[in-house]
Design a protein around this ligand. Structure first.
Ligand code: PRP
Ligand code: URA
Length: 221
């Protein structure tokens, strides 16, 4: 999966990686289609999360340990350091979280319950739980949608206030306005996304987008 394309010029801050692998883009197109069923939408998000997880963990540091194969002893590579934390922004973050836990089953998990107020688009927190030793671990924050960035900025700030100091943010779809705001607010947090869409509409939805990720995942509308 070598095809990492940097976004167009104009993102002044931070570090943004667009993971535009053909398998991801094909599955994303199926997710965008309004005729796609709730079940298939969830399944596709889970499949894409495996591919995005591969990319967001690409440069984790390695060490070696001595093992014995059926033929001989060898110094074999293993991931160094403490286990990762995956921090899911509820609800829709769980659609990425579950697939990522399939790949990294030993990861610790944080949950941040946020919803966007439909009038103001400001995030409202209703739940927060994170591992106590968050300062010692790399934390990958997951949410399929980066729209105005209100939710992701608040979630990352909450984790920083709790001690997190190594963070990455992983989403499926981003708006240019949201990327600009997020990378200005948290220039130390690299962003990984499968696509950057055209713009936000006047209700704060990503266009062309895929609609409301939580509603489409859980069939609530
Ligand atoms: C969606 C999405 C993000 C947020 C993105 O959640 O999952 O968390 O919107 O928008 P923003 O970048 O403008 O903050 P929503 O608030 O709809 O909550 P839900 O997942 O509980 O449906
Ligand atoms: N949240 C969503 O689920 N979809 C959008 O387009 C914007 C925010």
């Amino acid at each position: 999966m070598d095809a990492i394309v940097k976004p167009p010029e104009g993102y002044a801050h931070g570090d943004v990686t667009v993971v535009n692998h053909p398998l991801i883009l094909h599955k994303l197109t199926l997710m965008r289609n309004k005729e796609t069923s709730t079940g298939l939408f969830r399944q596709l998000l889970r499949e894409i999360s495996l591919l995005l997880c591969y990319e967001v963990t690409r440069n984790l540091p390695l060490t070696t340990e001595q093992i014995e194969t059926p033929l001989c002893e060898m110094e074999a590579p293993v991931i160094a350091g403490k286990k990762l934390i995956f921090a899911s922004i509820l609800r829709a973050g769980n659609g990425l979280l579950e697939g990522m836990l399939d790949l990294v089953p030993s990861a610790r998990v944080a949950h941040i319950g946020l919803y966007r107020d439909h009038e103001t688009l400001e995030p409202k927190e209703y739940y927060f739980k994170a591992p106590e030793d968050i300062a010692d671990r790399l934390t990958i924050v997951v949410d399929p949608m980066l729209a105005t960035a209100g939710s992701s900025i608040a979630a990352v700030q909450r984790l920083k206030d709790r001690g997190a100091n190594q963070l990455r943010f992983l989403c499926l779809l981003a708006a240019p306005e949201g990327i600009e705001r997020f990378t200005s607010a948290h220039p130390d947090v690299p962003v990984y996304t499968a696509a950057i869409d055209k713009h936000l509409n006047d209700k704060g939805y990503i266009v062309p987008g895929l609609g409301d990720a939580g509603d489409r995942m859980y069939g609530t509308k």
